[in-house]
Design a binder for this molecule. Structure first.
Ligand code: MN
Length: 279
């Protein structure tokens, strides 16, 4: 069951153009959570079943992602020409490669599903722990880094394999799935000890633990904030373990992370996008 606490959003400040470059809900999360506590008991109770879950962050300023952050995933990429596509970038460690950015327009929630582009190419699932930044972070050291986290979600970094830059291959609409909800850090004191898995049509494909990450959450925040300022609502997708595999229209993904939960995501083909107004 869920509580409809939409009314708590009334505590958000009213923004006028030019709009801030960060997510207003995450920037005011403490205020909103306080209001939620006040109204939750008297709010309508709805069944979770059948509810269309959107991304828990609606307006991130940026979506950051970690390449090859699990040793066994790096090995499978290096040894499988379908995965590395002869792209020399795949032999570079995360310490040398740094991080990459995904287009904000790629972000959806689990209820919206994944619409595959370029069906003639190999499209893969990648399950990742996603970190949502809670406050402005600039040159943060790893020992302080977890203080800047607003919460955690499950992230899917859907990827077309090939020669292009990661930012291009991983940015089609719907190729970043965030959900099923945001779990605040009081429930996850150690993000470096979480089982994570993905099943495809009922068959387990990826099954690992975040303790196998090359750079942990704190190190990733340190690295990211040494190159750009992080703002409330910025998302860091922390990389995927081994076991990635192709997805095609009709597939059903179930992604799970310990202490967060599970989300089902359906895969379909993208409809041809014609010229549309921006409304
Ligand atoms: Mn990834």
């Amino acid at each position: 069951m869920v509580r409809d606490v939409t009314a708590a959003l009334e505590v958000l400040p009213v923004y006028r153009y030019p709009l801030p470059g960060y997510d207003p809900l995450i920037a005011n999360l403490d205020k909103v959570r306080g209001r939620i506590r006040e109204i939750a008991a008297g709010s309508p109770v709805l069944a979770l079943e059948g509810m269309k879950l959107l991304s828990p962050v609606a307006n991130p300023g940026k979506i950051i992602a970690a390449p090859v952050n699990y040793a066994k995933h790096m090995s499978e990429v290096q040894s499988d020409s379908q995965l590395n596509a002869g792209n020399p970038a795949h032999t570079v460690t995360i310490q040398k490669a740094g991080l990459f950015l995904k287009a904000n327009s790629s972000l959806v929630g689990p209820g919206e599903g994944i619409a595959l582009w370029h069906l003639e190419r190999r499209n893969d699932h990648e399950v990742e722990l996603a970190v949502v930044i809670g406050k402005r972070a600039n040159n943060v050291s790893r020992k302080d880094a977890l203080d800047y986290v607003a919460g955690y979600s499950i992230g899917l970094d859907i990827s077309i394999r090939g020669q292009e830059d990661r930012s291009f291959r991983k940015s089609p609409d719907s190729y970043t799935v965030l959900g099923p909800w945001l779990v605040t850090p009081d429930e996850i004191p150690d993000p470096g000890q979480l089982d994570l898995s993905i099943s495809l049509n009922g068959e387990i494909r990826q099954n690992s633990n975040t303790k196998h990450m090359t750079l942990g959450v704190a190190e990733l925040i340190e690295m990211a904030s040494s190159f750009y300022t992080l703002y409330p609502g910025d998302i860091i997708s922390t990389g995927t373990p081994e076991g990635v595999s192709p997805i095609v229209p009709g597939d059903v993904i179930v992604a799970s992370i310990e202490k967060i939960g599970s989300m089902e995501v359906k895969v379909r083909a993208a409809e041809a996008v014609s010229a549309q107004t921006t409304a």
